[in-house]
Design a protein around this ligand. Structure first.
Ligand SMILES: C=C(CC[C@@H](C)[C@H]1CC[C@H]2C3=CC[C@H]4[C@H](C)[C@@H](O)CC[C@]4(C)[C@H]3CC[C@]12C)C(C)C
Ligand SMILES: C[S@@+](CC[C@H](N)C(=O)[O-])C[C@H]1O[C@@H](n2cnc3c(N)ncnc32)[C@H](O)[C@@H]1O
Length: 361
């Protein structure tokens, strides 16, 4: 073999190895690889149509605000994004403040454990995860508290993923997953010892509706904590740049309309909750939650090229490229929302269902 062909063979091998390890290999992957990307419960050939259908909701904003169609639209969204989220972010579909010296995975786990510590549950208690995704938080919380966690999600593809992960983690005796709408939950009144929601109730068209359901299923005296997506006091509706960022976040994250931080406690009081504590966990001394998004930019380019190649050779559904492109842009809007301080994904509210129903006067 002459030196030129030796060089070419070496370069090819090195390129192949790089492709295998850095491109096809794990990014934040725990159980998901690029070659496994799918459209959730949507068949491969319908992914692009569903993506177009998803966008058509934003051409009729008034309809979104009022319609009962929101849960279906959210379900479509999660069919489109769940695999990409798992592949590029992991099993917990939320943000957390950065913590110096700790990995993203540890910071995520601490943010989840804080939720269950706040609701003060005991081993064996039955608690509810409102909008559980593929169950990253549920598993961390069950392992930390030894409480029995019941999660609900509107998306049946996520239900299957979550059950599979629960089994694999050996936590299926503590974690149960139900497919359903958190606006009409298939649970009995007064049946849970606590509840939490992590970056999920932002999908409800009216916050009161989901809070009322949580209130109904909680036992009197028990606690509910929610990490809410909100616009902060810095947001100005007459500033075109602010409006562009918030609309970008709504469109890329299936939100029927972001709420102001000042609406959260109001909604909770309206349905009968007592406010125990309210705090924006994104505020200093917390370190920015959006650093992880910013740092990932190079990986997103790599992912985009990979998705284009996989879709071109028929391994990934064609519409995956559009979905990935949408997420790419969403990451930028979220980063701008964080940098400018007009948006927070972790406005925490801790609520108690009163021990006794207020007397009717
Ligand atoms: C709470 C919600 C989801 C929050 C986050 C988990 C997701 C918001 C934006 C998502 C992502 C953006 C860019 C993607 C990237 C282009 C891709 O290559 C890999 C996955 C991303 C990083 C993806 C991961 C999840 C998010 C950070 C909402 C929906 C209420
Ligand atoms: C951003 S994900 C967060 C998931 C999980 N809390 C986590 O942090 O990993 C939002 C979740 O809310 C669920 N969701 C949104 N609207 C819902 C509804 N109406 N009923 C039930 N689940 C819903 C989605 O299916 C998804 O699982």
């Amino acid at each position: 073999m002459d030196s030129l062909s030796l060089f070419c063979t070496g370069a090819l091998l090195a390129g192949g190895l790089y492709w295998f390890v850095c491109v096809l290999g794990p990014a934040e992957q725990k159980g998901k690889r690029a070659v496994d990307l799918s459209g959730g419960s949507i068949s491969a050939e319908k992914v692009r149509d569903n993506y177009k259908q998803y966008w058509s909701f934003f051409r009729r904003p008034k309809e979104i605000e009022t319609a009962e169609k929101v849960p279906d639209f959210v379900d479509t969204f999660y069919n489109l994004v769940t695999d990409i989220y798992e592949w590029g972010w992991g099993q917990s579909f939320h943000f957390s403040p950065s913590i110096p010296g700790k990995s993203h995975r540890d910071a995520t786990r601490l943010h989840e454990e804080m939720a269950v510590d706040l609701i003060d549950v005991k081993p064996g208690d039955r608690i509810l995860d409102v909008g559980c995704g593929v169950g990253g938080p549920m598993r961390a919380i069950a392992a930390h508290s030894r409480a029995k966690v019941v999660g609900i999600t509107i998306n049946d593809y996520q239900v299957n993923r979550a059950r599979m992960h629960n089994k694999k983690a050996g936590l299926d005796s503590l974690c149960e997953v139900v497919c359903g709408n958190f606006l009409e939950m298939p649970f009995q009144d007064n049946s849970f010892d606590g509840a939490y929601s992590i970056e999920a109730t932002c999908h409800a068209p009216k916050l009161e509706d989901v809070y009322a359901e949580v209130f109904r299923v909680l036992k009197p005296g028990s606690l509910y904590v929610s990490y809410e997506w909100v616009t902060t006091e810095k947001y100005r509706a007459d500033n075109p740049e602010h409006v562009e960022v918030i609309q970008g976040i709504e469109r890329g994250d299936a939100l029927p309309g972001l709420r102001s931080y000042s609406d959260i406690a109001e909604a909770a009081k309206k349905v009968g909750f007592e406010i125990v504590k309210e705090k924006d966990l994104a505020k200093p001394p917390s370190l920015p939650w959006w650093t992880r998004l910013k740092m990932g930019r190079i990986a997103y380019w790599r992912n985009h090229i990979l998705v284009i190649v996989l879709a071109a050779i028929g391994i990934a559904p064609k519409g995956t490229v559009d979905v990935h492109d949408m997420l790419f842009k969403t990451a930028d809007y979220l980063t701008r929302g964080g940098d400018s301080g007009i948006f927070s994904p972790m406005h925490m509210i801790l609520l108690r269902k009163p021990k006794e129903a207020p007397s009717k006067s």
